[in-house]
Design a protein around this ligand. Structure first.
Ligand SMILES: NC(=O)c1ccc[n+]([C@@H]2O[C@H](COP(=O)([O-])OP(=O)(O)OC[C@H]3O[C@@H](n4cnc5c(N)ncnc54)[C@H](OP(=O)(O)O)[C@@H]3O)[C@@H](O)[C@H]2O)c1
Length: 320
């Protein structure tokens, strides 16, 4: 498990100026008074922490977003309207990393349309996947469709989804990287049972990124994937930090722990995201939301201190 010192050690030199300012302003000794009491829907302020992608040295904001479920709304105008605001708040806060997949029904189309409409492509780090395909030709056709649906000519991170046809699809992703159509390549899964295979693939194939599930009730990554990612210099993206929303029912009606204000958190969501970020190996976490007020809430987790070892264990105990 990471100490706060370890965590700070992963912040790049380039990002240090940005990252240390909120940490210093929100130290354990003097948490900001307003943050302790403000309701979760109040506006975002501060500077998002950044962490470094080892493969490139580039630093990215630690709060990203997912699109599974939340962006699968098709062409329905009423359902797209709040997503426009979800995206606006995200970009206004300085966040960049958005994860999607061709197999999330209409998510790539909806995201592509909203990004193009607001002319946001250059400000974003777009991650999508080679998903459910077999063989190079199927993978390539799917990738080309993703470019069209996302209305872009390049993908920042192309990931092999759920370790399907891994070697062939990763080789394709690397080929596309050489052609300048993809900047980074990765492997993903969302279940702890897959992490032993993922670890083998990390050693053998050395992707730039892995994406895995991690939360206070799914901690397997601490044993293998996190240490390995640090050893091999692989960036880590966290999915399911809220267990697809189930964590909220586990804490329903429970008051926040008294120490939440010490880390500048005023919601359970922020504590769950800070839990993920308190692992030094974690580069970015991608909560999914369809609601602007929840987006602001999630973004606030990227400012101020993460959890120390005692707070992490207290959070796990509080969930029960
Ligand atoms: N590679 C893979 O195999 C894989 C698998 C699963 C997921 N993923 C990626 O990871 C992303 C995140 O995972 P996920 O979508 O499964 O689940 P998640 O982020 O753990 O949870 C999403 C749920 O949390 C709710 N929520 C979000 N912010 C909230 C807040 N501040 N307060 C209260 N509720 C909140 C959302 O509802 P509202 O819409 O009402 O806010 C939604 O129901 C996905 O979207 C996808 O991009 C990848």
């Amino acid at each position: 498990m990471a100490s706060r010192r370890d965590f700070l050690g992963t912040v790049s030199l380039a990002a240090t100026g940005l990252a240390l300012a909120p940490l210093a302003a929100c130290s354990d000794e003097s948490p900001p008074a307003a943050a302790a009491t403000a309701p979760a829907e109040t506006s975002f302020s501060g500077t998002l922490l950044k962490r470094t992608i080892p493969a490139t040295g580039e630093s990215i904001p630690v709060i990203g977003m997912g699109t599974s479920g939340s962006f699968e709304v098709g062409t329905d105008a009423a359902s797209r309207a709040p997503l426009r605001e979800v995206l606006k708040r995200f970009v206004d806060a300085g966040a960049r990393v958005i994860d999607t997949a061709p197999t999330y029904s209409s998510a790539e189309d909806v995201l592509g349309d909203l990004v193009a409409e607001a002319k946001l492509r250059e400000r974003l780090f777009l991650a999508t996947k080679l998903s459910g395909v077999s063989g190079r030709d199927e993978g390539l056709a799917q990738f080309e469709a993703s470019l069209r649906r996302l209305r872009t000519d390049r993908i920042d991170l192309l990931q092999v989804h759920n370790l399907g046809d891994t070697r062939t699809q990763l080789a394709l992703a690397r080929e596309l990287k050489q052609q300048g159509k993809v900047r980074l390549v990765g492997l993903t899964h969302y279940r702890e049972q897959a992490q032993a295979q993922l670890a083998q693939d990390m050693r053998a194939l050395k992707p730039d990124f892995v994406q895995i599930n991690y939360s206070p009730v799914s901690r397997a990554a601490e044993r293998t994937v996190f240490p390995l990612a640090r050893e091999l210099g692989i960036a880590v993206m966290i999915n399911r930090a809220f267990e697809d929303g189930r964590l909220f029912s586990q804490v329903k009606g429970k008051p926040l722990p008294p120490w939440a204000s010490e880390v500048g958190a005023d919601s359970w969501a922020q504590l769950f995201l800070k839990f993920a970020l308190s692992e030094a190996a974690v580069t970015v976490v991608i909560p999914a939301t369809s609601k602007p007020k929840n987006q602001t809430d999630n973004l606030k987790a990227g400012v101020g201190p993460v959890l120390d070892a005692k707070q992490r264990e207290a959070l796990v105990a509080a969930i029960g």
